[in-house]
Design a protein around this ligand. Structure first.
Ligand SMILES: C[S@@+](CC[C@H](N)C(=O)[O-])C[C@H]1O[C@@H](n2cnc3c(N)ncnc32)[C@H](O)[C@@H]1O
Length: 252
């Protein structure tokens, strides 16, 4: 674990990992997004029809396309140029999505109060300066606009967490350690890439959001639905503890 690595290094790694990451995504995202995150995020949205929506950290763009298909005018930003290229390749010309290269910690190319809704799906744990990113989301929202974001659940996915298994491989319980460490840790994603994650406590997230000027409107620790369990029975174990948390905030 090291506290010193910043967003620039994290993005280099996302850029190298972009093709492998995208290969794992259909038009519903990857399997975790299909089972947990898409239903949770959409349950927190009233309607996106005719709304101006920012997808902050859009990756290969599947969520931007879902939003645009539901009637939103979407601006999608990612700091990895390769992710933006893939997102553009995957987007039919008739979908109203404008892809921009940009860092969520400083989106000065976008005007104040230009979005009714901001979605950021699994990004805030990937950038170093979450205070700045939250300030940018606040600046970009219209008055009373909403910011919905998902992250790895910081109480359960920590720099040292994982299943305690019996000798025969049975999952006994989920271990959590180093919860109060705040900083970078590495985790292998895919075959080769060691990705960087930035851990913060739930207290830090909540206090920073309130200090930035957000009010909490909703919170979900997603569990698999009956329908999803039928499709993917192995997610039964996700009734034991959550991997993700989703917040809905309103600009004060
Ligand atoms: C886990 S992926 C999620 C992508 C997409 N939201 C999705 O749900 O498929 C994280 C994405 O955030 C992007 N990212 C990380 N830090 C960023 C930053 N500071 N500004 C903009 N994008 C960033 C990465 O390039 C990557 O595409």
């Amino acid at each position: 674990m090291t506290r010193k690595i910043g967003t620039e290094e994290a993005i280099k790694r996302w850029n190298r990992f972009a093709d492998a990451y995208a290969a794992n995504h259909t038009e519903l995202g990857d399997i975790h997004k299909e089972v947990f995150l898409n239903p949770a995020i959409f349950s927190l949205i009233d309607t996106v029809k005719n709304k101006r929506v920012l997808d902050a950290g859009c990756g290969e763009g599947y969520f931007s396309r879902l939003l645009a298909k539901a009637g939103a005018a979407v601006t999608a930003v990612d700091y990895s140029p390769r992710m933006i290229d893939i997102a553009k390749e995957r987007t039919p010309d008739d979908l109203p999505i404008e892809y921009r290269h940009g860092n969520c910690e400083d989106l000065n190319m976008l005007e104040d109060k230009s979005f009714d809704l901001i979605i950021s799906n699994m990004v805030m744990q990937d950038l170093a300066d979450y205070e700045k990113a939250f300030q940018e989301m606040h600046r970009l929202l219209t008055d009373r606009g909403c910011f919905i974001f998902s992250i790895l659940h910081p109480c359960f996915i920590t720099p040292e967490s994982g299943w305690e298994k019996s000798k025969d491989g049975k999952k006994l319980h989920w271990n959590v350690d180093q919860y109060f460490y705040e900083g970078t840790y590495e985790q292998k994603l895919g075959e080769r890439e060691n990705m960087l994650f930035f851990h913060r406590t739930l207290t830090s997230y909540m206090n920073t959001l309130m200090k930035t000027g957000f009010m909490l409107e909703g919170i979900i620790e997603p569990k698999p639905s009956e329908e999803m369990l039928k499709k993917y029975p192995s997610f039964e174990e996700d009734f034991r503890c959550p991997d993700f948390i989703v917040f809905k905030l309103k600009k004060r």
